[in-house]
Design a protein around this ligand. Structure first.
Ligand SMILES: NC(=O)c1ccc[n+]([C@@H]2O[C@H](COP(=O)([O-])OP(=O)(O)OC[C@H]3O[C@@H](n4cnc5c(N)ncnc54)[C@H](OP(=O)(O)O)[C@@H]3O)[C@@H](O)[C@H]2O)c1
Length: 255
């Protein structure tokens, strides 16, 4: 555990999957967490309930990140929940994948929809959040291993590559304000985005064979790495990408 007592955090896409695990972990460490969600109010309520049952503090904020205008809704809810306090931690986690976004299947509309959520939203969220962030602030972007290993879903991979570039640029420009900016890059992790993992034991075994530690990831595996960057322990690390994947594709499967 790290100590985030008295800090505030916004986690986008905290209704489900990795975002929910991050929100739970930051709240367990003492942060007051804004649980952002897009449409799934029930899932967001479950995240809130889990946080509160564990003794943590949270409030929910809804906004469809595909719509730039909804950032106003998000920040209205955020500032109301912060009640005059600064925003110490921003985790850009929400994203969508489009398995039809291959070189053959990609369409301009599909490209625009995916980039709106995965790239445009984090950029303008940071732009709006920075005035609320004090020295010692933390930004963590959740990217993906698909920035360094090839998959057919080129549109999604390109969006995550753009996010990695955002991290490096922001780390440089915000360093003098004492704000660190890092990327956590999950490997193959069991969430709704990867529902095929829980539906097919064979697929799960195939993934396990590609991972040095011999299994696929769980959301909490990723959340614990985010907590490091969000904490004082991470104060001297900025502009970096941490691959959190159990040793994915390190080499041929162990005998
Ligand atoms: N799972 C993996 O194996 C894996 C691997 C590498 C990287 N990642 C990255 O990890 C992050 C979390 O992924 P996940 O697997 O946890 O995803 P997930 O289970 O599909 O959850 C996605 C979250 O993003 C929110 N979201 C999606 N579209 C949105 C929109 N238009 N507006 C607002 N919120 C929206 C969802 O809100 P609602 O609940 O309201 O829909 C949900 O909270 C993503 O950045 C993903 O690219 C995942």
């Amino acid at each position: 555990m790290t100590d985030l007592t008295g800090r505030t955090a916004l986690v986008t896409g905290a209704s489900r999957g990795i975002g929910r695990a991050i929100a739970k972990r930051l709240a367990a460490d003492g942060a007051h967490v804004a649980v952002h969600y897009g449409t799934n109010e029930e899932a967001a309520a479950q995240t809130m309930a889990a946080i509160e049952e564990a003794g943590g503090q949270a409030f929910a904020v809804r906004a469809d990140l595909a719509e730039t205008s909804e950032l106003d809704t998000l920040f209205a809810g955020l500032e109301e929940g912060l009640a005059g306090r600064p925003l110490d931690i921003l985790v850009n986690n929400a994203a969508v994948i489009d398995y039809s976004g291959t070189i053959e299947g990609a369409t301009p509309d599909g490209f625009d929809r995916l980039f709106a959520v995965n790239v445009r939203a984090p950029l303008f969220l940071v732009q709006r959040a920075l005035p609320l962030m004090p020295a010692g602030g933390r930004i963590v972007n959740v990217s993906s291993g698909v920035t360094w290993f090839a998959t057919p879903d080129v549109v999604y991979s390109m969006s995550k590559g753009a996010l990695n570039v955002l991290t490096r640029s922001l780390a440089q420009t915000q360093g003098r304000r004492g704000i660190t900016v890092n990327t956590v890059s999950p490997g193959i992790t069991e969430t709704d985005m990867n529902s095929w993992l829980s539906q097919s034991p064979e697929a799960a075994r195939g993934v396990a064979n590609m991972v040095a530690l011999g299994r696929h990831g769980q959301p909490a595996d990723i959340a614990d790495a985010v907590a490091f960057f969000a904490s004082d322990d991470g104060r001297w690390v900025t502009g970096q990408t941490l691959e959190v994947n159990g040793g994915l594709l390190l080499g041929p499967p162990a005998a």
